[in-house]
Design a protein around this ligand. Structure first.
Ligand code: LR7
Ligand code: MN
Length: 471
């Protein structure tokens, strides 16, 4: 079992022992099970790209699509092989899919291209009214498709994702995902799940069966109107292998007049892995950073500074030519990133308005405020300034919080040290005044209270690398 695990970074032995058409629990909210959808829904092509996927997970994906989609809504399945090296994915696969009840076409990339260009290839070959993308290790559950298509029928500019349930990489147990989380991202431009905020619950008047407007998507599982996919600029073909395309599409859809939603009545499982089984030609970090730079340069305006300052090495990564993507942004008359932050993602980790961004240095000791590896509820540290971003980047925001990503300096512990807690935007113990008048006082005080306790009022012992006079 342990040996087989390494091949795909999931328990292949378990997967191979489970039927390709296994039953799954119905994990939908009760209100979803009784919903009625229009008879006339657009049909879909399903595009699944894969590189060296395991037989059982790939075919279980295919069977679950066929078995759980109304036949008239499923036009075809396109499998795009991103230059896999496994024999069983060649002729054996072609022979297997030939006998299935739904047309399955296999396209082969001549060379390893990455999931973005593989999806572009698949999408270009589709004939359905809607394109549905899935990873190659998914399982669709009962009623997964109708709510996605119904939402697109209602609004062709809605790009819709199912709730992504968790298929254990260890036991292949099927576990319901939550309808109370949605997609965001952090300063490093990693995709992250965050709780659905109250404003979004209020907008839906508490009805959890209505779609959640999500700032970003995970990327692997979504449906989009085929002509809208083209209209909005498909994908950035300059992105390699893996990463970044999901945020790129999320920003693009929102900024250019579409919407991105999690349709909570649709559930699809995905095998979440802790490590990547395949190679990244060019190096993992290089590839992801290149993709992230492309999206930051095109879509994030000045807010790209958050990404660049927290990981300064990134600016050395070549990202190629993005002029055609910038032209696209112009042509579609897309809104600025500040609009997105204000209207779509006000709870973002990146503050829309802020005074400064950089290190907080005690000019006497030359030490810098350090988040100590982001340990929540632990005291914030002081270390020699290293100028490498990372744990020593903070922003002083318009809300007067001193934050790094989702963590804020907080003085809620009476007489205790200043700790890092999740930002709550309620001021109180997370509000710091910047007051140049008391600057010297601060320096003295900080000597006597090295852990910073109660010095929050006098926070100024700072040299801020990057100052904005006007936020
Ligand atoms: O070079 C490659 N060529 C490929 O064809 C690398 C990958 N792939 C295929 C691969 O076989 C798989 O079918 O692309 C698909 C996605 O790759 P994974 O499964 O290794 O990626 P992931 O599940 O870790 O990654 C998530 O983020 C990616 C960013 O580029 C993509 O958007 C994935 O589709 C996405 N997966 C999901 O959204 C599922 C939920 C995960 C979460 C959160
Ligand atoms: Mn995946």
């Amino acid at each position: 079992m342990k040996e087989l695990f390494k091949i795909n970074q999931f328990n292949l032995m378990a997967s191979d022992m489970i039927a390709l058409n296994r039953s799954l629990p119905d994990v939908r909210l009760d209100g979803c099970k009784t919903k009625v959808y229009p008879d006339e829904l657009p049909n879909t092509s399903v595009v699944i790209v894969f590189h060296n996927e395991a037989w059982s997970t790939l075919l279980r994906t295919v069977h679950s699509v066929i078995n759980r989609s109304p036949r008239h809504l499923l036009l075809e399945i396109l499998l795009v092989d991103d230059a896999s090296e496994r024999d069983f994915l060649k002729e054996k696969l072609e022979n297997y899919v030939r006998i299935l009840d739904v047309p399955v076409r296999i396209l082969r990339m001549e060379q390893r291209s990455g999931l973005i260009r593989a999806r572009l290839r698949g999408a270009a070959a589709t004939r359905g009214q809607v394109i549905t993308f899935l990873d190659a290790h998914c399982e669709c559950t009962a009623g997964w498709l109708e709510p996605l298509l119904a939402r697109i029928k209602e609004d062709r500019k809605a790009v819709v994702c199912p709730i992504i349930d968790v298929i254990s990489d260890d036991t292949f147990e099927y576990m319901a995902g939550s309808d109370m989380t949605y997609g965001g991202f952090n300063w490093k431009l990693n995709f992250r799940w965050y709780p659905v905020p109250q404003r979004e619950m209020d907008r839906r008047k508490g009805d959890r069966t209505l779609p959640v407007r999500t700032p970003t998507m995970a990327g692997g599982l979504f449906s989009i109107d085929r002509t809208y996919f083209e209209e909005i600029g498909t994908y950035d073909p300059g992105m390699d292998i893996w990463g970044g395309e999901n945020l790129e599409m999320s920003f693009r859809v929102w900024q250019c007049g579409g919407s991105l939603e999690i349709v909570t009545c649709s559930h699809v499982g995905h095998v979440f892995r802790k490590a990547t089984p395949y190679s990244f030609p060019g190096g993992t970090g290089q590839v992801i950073n290149k993709n992230n730079r492309r999206l930051a340069e095109v879509w994030m305006d000045d807010f790209k500074d958050f990404f660049y300052i927290i990981s300064p090495g990134v600016v050395k990564v070549e990202y190629g030519d993005v002029s055609s993507r910038k032209t696209l942004r112009e042509a579609l008359q897309c809104k600025p990133f500040s609009w997105y932050l204000e209207n779509i993602y006000p709870d973002s980790q990146i503050p829309r308005r802020y005074f400064s961004l950089g290190e907080i240095r005690n000019v006497e000791t030359n030490q810098c405020l350090d988040n100590m590896g982001r340990k929540e509820n632990e005291k914030v540290g002081f270390f020699n300034c290293h100028g490498m971003g990372g744990n020593q980047v903070f922003s002083y925001t318009a809300d007067k919080e001193i934050r790094t990503d989702d963590l804020c300096l907080d003085v809620s512990r009476l007489n205790g040290p200043i700790v890092m807690l999740k930002c709550h935007h309620m001021k109180g113990n997370q509000m710091f005044e910047y007051d140049t008048e008391v600057c010297t006082l601060v320096l003295e005080l900080s000597m006597s209270c090295p852990v910073f306790s109660f010095c929050n009022k006098f926070f100024v012992q700072s040299f801020i690398k990057y100052e904005k006079t006007d936020y």
